[in-house]
Design a protein around this ligand. Structure first.
Ligand SMILES: Cc1cc2nc3c(=O)[nH]c(=O)nc-3n(C[C@H](O)[C@H](O)[C@H](O)COP(=O)(O)OP(=O)(O)OC[C@H]3O[C@@H](n4cnc5c(N)ncnc54)[C@H](O)[C@@H]3O)c2cc1C
Length: 377
């Protein structure tokens, strides 16, 4: 029996990668089920850049006009010194048309993707795959409620700590590349710390504080370098807050006001800066899409775009090799890997050095480049 006759897909994760993958698979004639571990689509977080190839993909998905209508105003990006003096700036405020890069709130893009699959794919919330077995012509998945789902193909779209990756490749944390730092992120109501539509960055060696201002909210980002990984339980929120204080107490600029938001009970995001570097993105009838297979890290500013690009490239490969999933997965990986590796390398080198300078030397070099207008973000 050929794949074109079977056409069922099980997708793990209902975020950018999962929803975009489901959209395209549906268009290729697959019956699609998404399994999402959270009780609903997980919202929140900082805006997403719609960059490069993603613009054309949203157009192909019929979503570009609605995404463009929700775009955020272009922002001015300023590097500050301890006395709030301007070290240099990158101005993104020139008028653009809808074929250019733009920013959109994470939740607005999620709503568009959800709407695009609404009614045409099944989403099972509060569930996770606990077992995957490959057979000659299909995969059998057992969910954590004991139910069994058979599918021709399985797609791991479940983020940088991917469950599917663990089940299929069983590689523990081996794919996770530690970039040498940690970051704290919190979205709060407008703080008055900076004007809307601007971003400001203040760095000392090994520590960076960044503010993104919007009309109704401010992102507070605090990032610090670490030579090796720090042991902590991610559920121990008090310990994570202490870690932030240990690295930022006593710093000047607007850091004291930023720290005042660290101690309230509202939720925040804290993680190590990592990339996922897998030798292969597929095995048998399972393939990884987005952060699960090739997380480029928040430093790259491309996580959302990369997930959407990955889903479209995968769909193109499946359309081209409709009866041969192995050939399709190879074409998907061969086509996309060079771009992913380029973005990962840039983020781990220049990206870290600009946003997150490790030493006095790296900071001085960054400031020189800023003053000479040699940095483009
Ligand atoms: C709530 C949230 C907030 C974020 N905020 C930011 C941010 O502010 N800045 C930034 O740079 N990046 C952020 N990210 C990461 C960013 O969305 C991704 O880098 C990028 O969009 C790639 O998307 P993805 O779909 O591959 O992975 P993700 O966006 O991580 O989505 C993975 C999905 O899989 C689900 N999942 C996880 N485990 C399982 C499992 N066992 N079974 C089923 N489903 C599972 C998750 O709940 C999630 O919905 C955030 C992600 C989430 C989920």
């Amino acid at each position: 029996m050929t794949q074109t006759e079977l056409r069922t897909a099980l997708v793990s994760g209902a975020n950018f990668a999962g929803l975009a993958t489901a959209f395209w698979l549906k268009g290729l004639g697959y019956r699609v089920t998404i399994v999402e571990t959270a009780a609903g689509v997980r919202r929140g977080g900082t805006p997403v850049d719609i960059k490069g190839e993603t613009v054309g993909i949203l157009e192909r998905m019929g979503l570009l006009d609605r995404a463009w209508a929700k775009r955020l105003p272009p922002r001015a990006f300023t590097f500050r010194g301890a006395d709030n003096e301007t070290l240099g700036a990158i101005d993104h405020t020139a008028p653009k048309d809808r074929t250019h890069d733009f920013e959109i709130h994470r939740d607005d893009l999620l709503d568009l993707l959800l709407d695009a699959v609404d009614g045409s794919v099944d989403i099972i919330y509060d569930r996770s795959i606990v077992r995957l077995q490959e057979h000659a012509d299909q995969m059998s998945a057992t969910l954590n409620d004991g139910s069994r789902h058979d599918a021709t193909l399985v797609f791991g779209c479940d983020g940088n700590r991917s469950n599917t990756r663990n089940l299929v490749f069983d590689d523990g944390d081996a794919a996770s590349y530690f970039m040498g730092g940690y970051f704290y992120l919190k979205v709060v109501r407008e703080t008055g710390l900076l004007p809307p539509d601007t971003s400001e960055v203040f760095s000392v060696p090994g520590r960076t504080a960044m503010l993104n201002g919007y009309d109704d909210r401010t992102d507070i980002c605090l990032a610090f370098r670490a030579d090796s990984e720090i042991a902590y339980d991610y559920r121990d929120r008090a310990r994570l807050r202490r870690l932030v204080h240990e690295h930022f107490d006593g710093l000047g600029w607007k850091v004291p006001q930023m720290l005042s938001h660290v101690d309230d009970e509202e939720d925040f995001y804290f993680d190590r800066a990592t990339q996922i570097r897998m030798p292969n993105w597929s095995k048998g009838r399972a393939a990884l899409v987005g952060d699960a297979g090739y997380c480029v890290s928040p430093i790259a500013g491309m996580g959302g775009s990369m997930a959407i690009i990955g889903a479209a490239r995968l769909a193109d490969a499946l359309a081209q090799h409709a009866d041969d999933h192995a050939a399709a997965f190879r074409a998907y990986e061969d086509g996309l890997r060079p771009f992913v590796e380029e973005v990962q390398t840039r983020a781990a080198t220049e990206g870290m050095a600009v946003i997150f300078p490790a030493s006095a030397h790296e900071l001085a070099e960054r400031d020189r480049k800023i003053a000479a207008n040699e940095i483009a973000l």
